[in-house]
Design a protein around this ligand. Sequence first.
Ligand SMILES: Cc1ncc(COP(=O)(O)O)c(C=O)c1O
Length: 412
Amino acid sequence: MTTPRLLAELHATHDWLASHDLLPAEQRTDSLPNPYVRLRGRRVVSFCSNNYLGLNHAPSVRATAAAALHAHGHATSESRRLGGNLRILEQLENDLADFKKAPAAMVTATGLLANIAAVHGLLEATHLAHRWHGSPPPSGRPVVIYDEMAHQSIRMGARVSAAAHLRFRHNDTNHLSELLAQHAGSPALVATDGVFSMDGDLADLPGLVEVCEHHGALLLVDDAHGTGVYGTDGSGTPHHFGLRGRIPLHVVTLSKALAGMGGAVLGDERTIAMLRTYASGYRFTSSLPAEQAAAAIAALRLLRSDHGVRERLWTNVRRLRAGLTRLGIHPPGDGPIIPLRLGPPNSAAHAEQTLLAAGFWCAAVTPPAVAPDACRIRITVTAMHTEEHIDTFLNAITKIIPLISNPHPRST
Ligand SMILES: Cc1ncc(COP(=O)(O)O)c(C=O)c1O
């Protein structure tokens, strides 16, 4: 039997990548970082977990999740509409809406699905309602314009819709304004990350709000890495910038500071009701298991009552960033995501191995997550790290300084 052509191409590409050492293996671990992790039989300190607050290990979170698992089992086996609407999911939505000060929330099975559901649903719901129910048609073909560094799931949501989709230059509100002016006749959605996942820098939310309000565009902020981290109450980048109430649509993931699985879209009640009906990333997939909802509720409760854990995170962030400055390294941003750019994939892989040999795990980030010449070590600091972890890690970083081919200029 001949191999189907598509498979033959995939296999040939695989072999080419493997022969050029461009298919790095996933490291196998037996436990999740606390911040220690066992890698290849060795105990090392992880600096690459998005579990910023360490809530994955909080006894109250684990106990609540275990109780929900015993009460409801580990799966819902259905979408929300067709039987998977556990009461606890509505409770989580109420808690998230209260935390983010949004009128309504819709929980999805992952953060990636939250973005796909939000972007696709916002762009398509009116059209789908017209097609299926004969409601008034949309006023025109919508356009979605997203920051060129926005998360892949925002792009996926744009691509599965029939809307026109464009990118604006990273954090360039003038460029966004020009694109919106060129599409003045179309209903427009603007989407961005609040904290950019690969560079750790913040979106210019004040500028984006102003431009969107001026052009009548709808702004969606994916605050995956801001929620639980930024803002005096931990509610995220909108609060950090004093923009509460001026950002109509939000996405959060439960998988970073909230240390679970799942995501949510937050906005006004009618918009969320439309997304529940028409967004495929919500409607056509099974709902979040009860133990994940329970864990998120408990993590949120802890995050809102124990400010000490966020203070520990920010003390650690400041210590590590100050140490890097002393080493002459000036990464962008000011938060727990700290990228060290190393150029090509082999430099990043070499840096990963050097750090591992020194007792630290910090996975190399290579294409397609970043451009081929922008591979990096993406450090994430957490509340679980001690001063000693940070100081010895800085010591290990001195070994990779020669590999930092393109040191970041001092960020502005
Ligand atoms: C900015 C951003 N949005 C969304 C996601 C997807 O979240 P999840 O891992 O919960 O699917 C991620 C995770 O990588 C992310 O970094």
